[in-house]
Design a protein. Structure first.
Length: 287
């Protein structure tokens, strides 16, 4: 990485093809008799019934695992904030570019900036890089079919070129975005209320590939009334403060990322230590 002064390495990391993961999980649960109802939008969740745009589904236990799309359920707009996250991917890069960069393996990459980014070398020889772009839309609105704003693509491209100048001649082939579920204290939780039959899990803040496995096992134990080591974990049945109403929610998130980006700018210019602006941003997040 151009301009890097140091780095750390951890072997406890892996990359996963997200579409293959979802398709594999779907096939596995269908083999066990689970029925998946696609193209059905849940609108309201109440004890014993889920109201959808195609009718009602009744069940004694209902588990809400919608992550960033929780805000679309009636009465849940302030539960978890849908944080937008975007990615870009280059065209396949020639060997000369990889030799210039020195990225010979499949190591995953992340920086330690306040408004951080993450990247990987894909199996077909591209660089895929992600970050926040426009992090939040007023009223907890979410993206439509993964559409990504031009400003976000340009911002991520600038980060990519700053890290790897050798990539500048390469075109950006694709860009897409989605939403993360963010609790007010940025900590995930798993809960189940036996009196109503309602449960939920989420608020992973972008770490869902690992924590969903643990959350799913924990939620299954709770829903089936099992007393296990998992059901006694600190994140179980934890009370989470709701997000502020609009416009305070939008103003707070916008101010938070504005402070983080300005803190990064000052630190990149040679500030001796962490910027105080980042500390103010941390206060706004509740972390």
């Amino acid at each position: 990485m151009a301009g890097a002064l140091g780095g750390t390495f951890s072997p406890h990391c892996a990359r996963v093809h997200p579409a293959k993961l979802v398709a594999g999980i779907a096939a596995a649960v269908e083999r066990r008799g689970v029925r998946i109802l696609e193209r059905t939008r849940a609108q309201r969740i109440e004890p014993g019934v889920v109201t959808t745009d195609r009718g009602r589904v009744r069940a004694p236990r209902i588990l809400r695992c919608l992550e960033g799309y929780t805000a679309s359920i009636r009465g849940q707009r302030r539960t978890w904030l849908p944080m937008n996250s975007a990615m870009i991917v280059t065209e396949p890069l020639p060997d000369s570019v990889w030799d210039d960069i020195g990225w010979s393996g499949a190591e995953l990459l992340g920086d330690n900036a306040n408004a951080y980014c993450y990247a990987q070398r894909t199996a077909d020889g591209r660089i895929a890089l992600g970050g926040r772009g426009i992090p939040y839309r007023f009223g907890s609105r979410t993206d439509v079919d993964g559409q990504t704003q031009d400003w976000t693509v340009e911002s991520l491209t600038t980060i990519l070129h700053g890290m790897f100048p050798a990539v500048r001649p390469a075109r950006i082939d694709h860009a897409w975005c989605g939403v993360l579920g963010v609790p007010r204290d940025w900590c995930a939780s798993v809960s189940f209320d036996p009196s109503t039959g309602l449960g939920w899990a989420g608020g992973y803040v972008g770490s869902g590939l690992t924590t969903t496995h643990l959350a799913g096992r924990t939620l299954a134990d709770l829903a089936l009334g099992r007393d296990t080591d998992l059901t006694s974990l600190p994140w179980v049945n934890r009370s989470v403060r709701r997000w502020e109403p609009e416009p305070f929610r939008w103003l707070g998130v916008k101010a938070m990322y504005g402070l983080y980006r300005e803190a990064d700018r000052r630190e990149n210019k040679g500030l001796a230590g962490p910027s105080r602006l980042a500390r103010i941003g941390n206060v706004l997040t509740g972390r």
